[in-house]
Design a protein around this ligand. Sequence first.
Ligand code: CTP
Ligand code: MG
Length: 187
Amino acid sequence: MECYIISTDFFIIPLLSAVWIMLPAYLPNPVAAVSGGGTPVDFRRNFTNGRRVFGDGKTWRGLVIGILAGVAIGIIQMWAAGAYGLGFLPHLTFPAVCLLATGALLGDIVKSFFKRRFNRERGAKWPVADQYDLVAGAFLLLLVFDSGWLFGEVTLPAFFFILILTPILHRAVNIIGFAIKVKEVPW
Ligand code: CTP
Ligand code: MG
């Protein structure tokens, strides 16, 4: 019984909380990959090293539709929490959901900026940065604009699971994206 309580409190709840918190941050990337195209965010401009500011992999359509998708799933989660009594999960709020979704894709764009500065082509592999850009972006925005929510709702064990889960899900989703020809490379 004691063991059961420990495993629920220290494993299952933080694991579910990690997924719950991150859904609005995880969804924008795959949605951007499916919906992206058209005008690039940098309007095809170059930066000082003669390379693109962000590159053709960052488009306005992907950015806007991706963020809207993240906010939409967050709103559905907020509704579901009330409808199904999911009070044991972190309490999502509209500002937090917006910051998670926006931060995820801003982190992705900032990563591409540095990728281009280090002369890496669009789609080139950049380990660690490729996996954690969305976590860094989402949590930085939360820290700056809603630190009360961040420290009130994201427990240390949940954050630990976010760090473990993110690269695993990132890899899995990208392999699927490559297999169904949404992504050009499996990373
Ligand atoms: N995408 C988009 N707009 C965004 C983010 C992504 O249109 N803001 C689309 C692009 O078609 C992109 C695909 O999603 O090619 C996959 O995203 P990602 O792997 O982040 O981009 P890469 O093409 O790998 O470019 P980079 O090297 O800059 O990361
Ligand atoms: Mg990429």
